[in-house]
Every structure is written in structure tokens, then in C-alpha cells.
Design a binder for this molecule. Sequence first.
Ligand code: BTN
Length: 336
Amino acid sequence: LIPRKALPWGGDPAADAVADLLASRRGTYLSGESLSRRLKVSRSAIWKAVGRLKREGYGIAASPHLGYRLDTEPDAPLPRLIRRGLKARLVGAEVHSFHRIASTNDHALALARAGCPDGTVVVADAQWGGRGRMGRRWHSPPGSGLWVSVVLRPRLSASGTQALTFLGAVAAAHAVRALHRLRVSLKWPNDIYLADRKMGGVLTEVSAEADLIQYAVIGVGLNVNVAAKAFPEELREIATSVSAQVGDEVARLPLLRRLLEEIDARYASLQRHGAGPLVDEARTLTPMIGRIIRVQHLSQAREGTVVGLDTDGALLLRSAAGTVERLLAGDVSILR
Ligand code: BTN
């Protein structure tokens, strides 16, 4: 059970400075005195910063005579670790990280409303109120997933929302493919699939005025190291994680950095060329084209053959009678 009290993570300048200095001399001792001299803070401030780093999961040896030595860094989404080596222009320039929070999408929406910069990232190690599509719960246990939301301010009309979901899903698929050589695919409208099971999903929420998007939050949930038995009963047969497919624990930080870089690059392309290239990419990752499916949306169900994706990402479905319909939302089951 995740305690229902938001707990921010990182963002302490003294701890950042101590972490960077120790990391630059990893495996060797730096005396408290030299740290305090170089950072121009008191010895007790250094001691406090080290305590904070240890609570964040850093392995730091402390010796009364020798000082402090960094042995290991945590594989945790701390801002200073995310930003190290991040090759992104905009996405991640501002990072809000939480040990736990209700939902990164909720927090990102609040930041967006308050005017945060384009590309602001909200990430958490655990969520107790993680949200999925259609008001569903999103299981977000600690230490084992990437639960991340990105605030974007795209020049798009509200009908571009599906393209933004593709942006998140295509970026996630490419990140996992690049780092783990796994065949990731997409299931319209927002699922990320691995080996016929759901490995992640995207929840896009927008605020629009006069049909123009004011801001969008793209929330990506990726089961990275979620153990098969850690999924709730009802998901056990249909969910998977990267580690389950790789057969070993997987580092989350490199995957998170790559995900943010893939989002950053596609966002730049979206602003320049519009949604077309994104929908093209989504199409090549969507194997259900040609299959016979059932789409359930609210109380309506439709069956037909998937013709493809329309230019805005709507699903084109041909019914038995031969008419082609454009679907904007729904849950898909593949029949044949
Ligand atoms: C789905 O498949 O229904 C979408 C799941 C989206 C989950 C992510 S986790 C990060 C972000 N915060 C949330 O509360 N939801 C999204």
C-alpha cells in the first residue's frame, strides 16, 4: 500500500552539489572539510546532504577520518540523475520528481494551468491514484515502473489529441526497442504491447479553447520491472513488463532518458511538420491493420475489418456491409 501523502524527491541544491562532486570522484574518499570548502557550505550542511542522498538510495560510505565515498547511485527518477547526459532540447529542462504522488498527470495538469514551461516533466517512483483511460485505475507500484507525464504546448487543434497519444506511444516503443531490442507494437488507441500483452499505456489530457489546444499532458506508464505476480489478479493474464520479456531486471533511468529524448525529437517534428509523420510512424507500429476486431465504446459495439488509420489517427473500420467508419475512441478486441 502506498501512503497517501505526496513526497517530492530531489531538487535540493546542496544535495545536488554533493552528489555531483562525489560522483566526479566515484570510489574515492573526499573529506568533509574539502567538500565544505569547495561547496562553500558548513560541514553540518554536507552531513545533512549526505543523509538525504542515502535516503534517496545512494550508496555512500562515511568514515570519520577519510570523509565520504560514493559507491552506487540509485536507479531512481531523481531530477539530477535524469538530466545527466539527457540529449533533449526542451523536454526535461524542468523536472518535478516525486517519491510518491497520487498521479503525475494530475500534477502536470496543475503545473500546466499555472503556466509551467513547455516540456516540463513530472515523474514519480510510485502513484497511489494512477489513472488510465476511461476512468480506469493504473497500477503504479514503487521501484518498478516509469510513471511520467510531459506538459506540451503544441500548435494543434483539439482533433490532434490522438496524434499526441501516438507521440507518447511511438516514443515509448522506440525507446524500448532501441535499448532492449524487443519488438514493441501499438494497439489503437493508446496501448503499448510486447509479446501480445499490454506493457504500457498513454493517457493524454488536453485543455482547449476555441478548438485550439492550450496545453496537453501526455502521461506514459511503462511496466519496466513489475513482476508477473505483482500485477493485480485481473491483469495477470493480459499484462507484461520489459523485465518479464528480457528475463532480468532492467535499468529504469536509461529508459526514461531515452523516452524523454524520443518525445523531444517527435515534438520538434510535430511543431514543424504537423501530425502526419507521427501518424505514419504509429501506422508502421500497428499490426492490427487487416484484422477483424470488435470496438466497444460506452454502450456501443462495432465489428469490422481494420482498414487503417486516418490522417488524424482515427481508426478506419470496414463493416460487413462494406461501409467504412471513422472511430475516435473505444476498446478493441481482436477477433481474427
Ligand atoms: C491506459 O492504458 O489506460 C493509460 C495508462 C496511463 C498511465 C500513466 S502513468 C503516468 C501518468 N499518470 C497517470 O495517472 N496516468 C499516466
